[in-house]
Design a protein around this ligand. Structure first.
Ligand SMILES: [Zn+2]
Length: 209
């Protein structure tokens, strides 16, 4: 056969070989969810109205983990499960070394706004965009089971934990500690639980678990 014919046959064979992979589930049998409660230890994050970000992020993250584990068929690892200091590099190195399927970082906003917003890294592909969309919509609907919450939108930003993670990653900013109406919601146990359930539902939707 000619070189051209041989090239064509090889390409066809490669196409046949690739098809089963394209049709198979996108994720390992037991997906690995890395949950990153923002701040902790010597880094309190934002503080206002008697609230401190590091405590809120941990409370939401721990309940998100528990909701996910209750569903089963998922592994969960956290950057911290108590009030300890973790550098940003430690968090992303740990997630990468574990081989996380997805990375979800949980934060509380400050600076005078109100409502919920979330972030992915600029220029990320369709998979990360779908994770972002799934988590954003479910967190918002979870919060709205408790109260009206402003949707500040799905945004992109060059954050360390989004840039240095080797898997689809999203970061949520769950209301503003320095807005009294938002802070009053963040003080409610049912709102924290609804926010955590929203994170778990969005993650589960993305993973198909
Ligand atoms: Zn933060």
């Amino acid at each position: 056969m000619t070189f051209i014919q041989r090239r064509t046959l090889l390409a066809a064979a490669a196409g046949v070989a690739a098809a089963p992979f394209a049709a198979s589930p996108a994720f390992a049998a037991v997906p690995k969810v890395y949950i990153d409660p923002g701040h902790g230890g010597t880094d309190p994050g934002a503080s206002a109205n008697g609230l401190t970000e590091k405590h809120l992020t941990l409370a939401i993250a721990l309940q998100t983990r528990d909701f996910l584990l209750a569903r089963g068929n998922v592994a969960v690892r956290m950057s911290r499960t108590s009030d300890i200091t973790r550098s940003l590099t430690w968090r992303t190195d740990d997630a990468n070394a574990w081989g996380a399927t997805i990375f979800v970082s949980i934060h509380i906003n400050a600076g005078g706004g109100t409502g919920f917003e979330s972030y992915r890294y600029p220029g990320t592909g369709a998979t990360t965009q779908r994770l972002h969309s799934n988590v954003h919509s479910r967190v918002l609907s979870g919060m709205r089971t408790i109260a009206a919450v402003t949707d500040r939108g799905q945004k992109t930003a060059n954050f360390h934990v989004l840039r240095e993670t080797a898997m689809p990653a999203v970061l949520t900013e769950n209301l503003f500690v320095d807005r009294v109406a938002d802070a009053n919601l963040l003080k409610r146990a049912d709102f924290i639980t609804a926010t955590a359930r929203g994170h778990a539902n969005g993650i589960a939707l993305f993973l198909g678990i």
